[in-house]
Design a protein around this ligand. Sequence first.
Ligand code: NIG
Ligand code: FE
Length: 405
Amino acid sequence: MWDTLIRRAHLLTFDTGSPYGSIRRGALAVQGGRIAWVGPDDELPANSAREEIDAGGALVTPGLIDCHTHLVHAGQRAREFERRLAGSTYEEIARAGGGIRATVAATRAADEEALLAASLPRLRALAAEGVTTVEVKSGYGLNLETELRMLRVARRMGHLAGVMVRTSFLGAHAVPEEFAGRADAYLDFLIAEVLLAAVREGLIDAVDAYCEPIAFSPAQVTRLFGAARKLGLPVKLHADQRSDQGGAALVASFGGLSADHLEYASPEGISALARSGTAAVLLPGAFLFLQETHLPPIGGLRRAGVPLAVATDCNPGTSPLCSILGAVALACTLFRLTPAEALAGVTRNAAAALGLADRGRLEAGLRADLALWAVEEPAELAFRLGPNPLLRRFVAGRSDHAPSD
Ligand code: NIG
Ligand code: FE
């Protein structure tokens, strides 16, 4: 006896056989929070279910995964956007004390409840678009107390919004004011105190860093990653976003989960990612709002067989994008991904970017994280900005409804 059986569904399995792994008239059974059976409706084995859902031809995808976000933060930086539109660069604003440091000031000033209240609506907005797993980074605290507070809030809001939250430690996001000009001393403090305290509290799933001239050098990132690997933590990197720092090859050399951004990644970086099985995370929201014109090397990544993931990078500076379907649409229009690639980027390959083997596809044995959609064609999910076609979500087999219901 199954818990739930969905029939007459257009399943997008994202197995590797065809672009979407589409099964036009499909059925999917759920048992104990896992997918128990998936296949064509007319091959369904004789078995009964406590609840049967006639999908009426609706599209069913794996629950969507946003594998790169900075959802937890306080304050906003819309005036920096005005300054950039008037000609200032992101780097100029950061060097003048704005940018990440401005959000650090606002986040340090917010207590845990205020931070939760500011951040939870962003997570709920993603959940309303079918997201069931989200990665959330720290990195706007840059001191012991606030980094831990961000990570605790990230975990708490996952429970409140019905989303599985994976946390990445991004203490190496910027050098805080109190360590100005002493990046190495900050890194010592970060490794010896903040990282260890967060690990002791069980708050970290991976370690991330920002490798750019305005942030940390490859040598400094190497030091941090060495400490992370000693603690048994996987690594990922904001790599080659504004300039080629050799970031892709660096994170690959640590067997990293993902290299993110990659606008300026070199051919050597791409080969290194392919060899290490590191996913590329493409962030078209940051590309759009920074009015970047240098495209990430999509063709090279594709030819090398690097898994392409897509994420919102939701943050208050470079990517005020809190829509996973928006990220999918932008990945197609700005980066020329096919809709099938972009949707695989927020399912199968986003799971790979987080090192999660139990989700991101519709396959027997995997978590029953599902999204049901009122669309006729898969590409419709990549071809709208605004209207939300989600009918309902299942998280580990349990259904909730879109907030509009
Ligand atoms: O992913 N590049 C570094 N981190 C963020 C931006 C952070 C900010 O400006 O607040 C990003 O683009
Ligand atoms: Fe980011």
